[in-house]
Design a protein around this ligand. Structure first.
Ligand SMILES: [Zn+2]
Length: 89
């Protein structure tokens, strides 16, 4: 069986450029994550790295998942982000 997914041009651009973990203080991770989950995990890793470098300190990473093209996330993307967020400790 063949399933043909129909996607919009804007979705295609997002898939092509993907997602980044980005914050105004920490900047962008510089990756092109294909999925929100990938960018989410990348942000979490940065969070841990900052904590390790400053144990007991108040510093943290402000990186959050963002679209690489700089556009606001769609409702679907926000829902996906919430799903990922809920499934992580
Ligand atoms: Zn990354």
């Amino acid at each position: 069986m063949t399933t043909r997914a129909t996607i919009t041009a804007s979705q295609l651009r997002t898939i092509a450029r993907g997602y980044v973990a980005e914050g105004s203080v920490r900047g962008s991770c510089g990756h092109a994550h294909r999925t929100i989950r990938g960018a989410f995990d990348c942000a979490a890793k940065d969070q841990r790295a900052v904590k390790r470098g400053n144990p007991g300190g108040g510093s943290y990473s402000d990186r959050e998942v963002a679209r690489a093209d700089g556009m606001a996330m769609s409702e679907d993307e926000i829902r996906e982000w919430q799903r990922v967020n809920d499934s992580r400790p």
